[in-house]
Ligand binder design. Sequence first.
Ligand SMILES: [Zn+2]
Length: 487
Amino acid sequence: MKKLSSILLIFIVLLLPLHAGGNQEKQTGSTPELHANRNLKYVFLFIGDGMALPQINAAEAYLMAKEEKDSPVKLSFSQFPVTGMCTTYSANSYITDSAAAATALASGRKTANGILNMDESKKTTFKTIAEFLHEKGFKIGIISTVSIDHATPAAFYAHQPSRGNYYEISLELAKSGFEFFAGGGLKDPEGKKSKKEGEKNNALEEAKKAGYKILNSIKDIEGLSKNDAEKVIVMNPVLSSSSLAMPYKIDRDKTSLNLADFTKKAIEFLENPKGFFIMVEGGKIDWACHANDAVAAIHDVLDFNSAVEAALDFAKIHPDETLIVVTGDHETGGLTMGFAGTRYSSAFSKLTKQKLSFEEFNKIIDKYKEKENLTVEDLLPVLKENFGLEDLSIREKDLLENAIHASINNATSQDEASYLLYGGYEPITVTITHIINNRAGLGWTSYSHTAVPVPVYAKGPGAEVFTGYYDNTEIPKRLSRLLDTNL
Ligand SMILES: [Zn+2]
């Protein structure tokens, strides 16, 4: 009996650190005790920008409607064995921006909105998990649907007092030594917007000097093999001229690659005996949600989901060595699965007729606006064709009439009433996406980010450490412990 109780005691003592973790965490903010996993060498961190449960659930409800099922069709990652939940607040705001959130996810540190991997005083820089792992011999891949100098991808290699320092960020990219960058382009490689005097070396030229090969045609990208170069910057053949981002998934044609294509290429290019760390961002889920266009956001969630599937295919071949973590950096738009006007009913099939994003529809509206005395009747054919929107109610017609008026008179976001209605977006288009989304039973509360916690999904060796409700800074800290680095 005595022997049994001492064995039990040892057992409890051994288990204690793991379970005490939760409480300790509250008091000290420290990571719960966990141990390195020696097998682990392939790590994926997927970040859906602006993606929390509403965006995920909306995509699942959309698939349910499209495939005529009775229950939500789960995404690849929402079926992962381990789920957790994260708070996302930044050092100076309960609602984070993408720079502070990505800093938390990359370096495990809180900072103020707008800052990348520096403290609030903008004096101390933080080293990121990608940098730690690169030093350890891991190859690094950074992929995004938006420009690769944008806040989320930049947070893995850049340290800047402002996320808007695109030129400085692209110079840091060139110096990072990370092996694989892909997706969007660079916003200011020539330093046009940088006010500093002196040398203005083109960041892409600097990257070439540092050994990067730059690819931007489908043929070159598809043909890329490990032996072609040590380091690459791979840009989608189709990029927006202003944002340097890839098109929304719903607007892409065959001239464009998808997030899964870049993820597969990264795996092929980076696989090596020492391991890799690949960060993949679905960057435009956020942009569509800022504009309150649920269908464009859903298509980008599905594009992101396909990229996770590419990682899952790799994990099937290397199950004991591959960890996949999927999360969001924050929620955007205050999207919810319910709307005052539709009470307890939903009609997700109403979303399936939308053929383009708000951005592409704006181009159509621009042409209509040239017409004198534009009326709701004039718009009916394009509403039916692009959104399947017919039989407008009196309230919907009123909303559209006001939107036409606001659009023609260039209502600005300075005026509070207009801002609440249109958020600074094209009034006609945002009114149409609101009508469609509301008819389906979806509601929006903001054109900005919100503070609702984001889910974390994990699969693979060590995945269990991501269970629980914790802060976003814990994600890289826990990854770091698993990988035996000192973040
Ligand atoms: Zn955003």
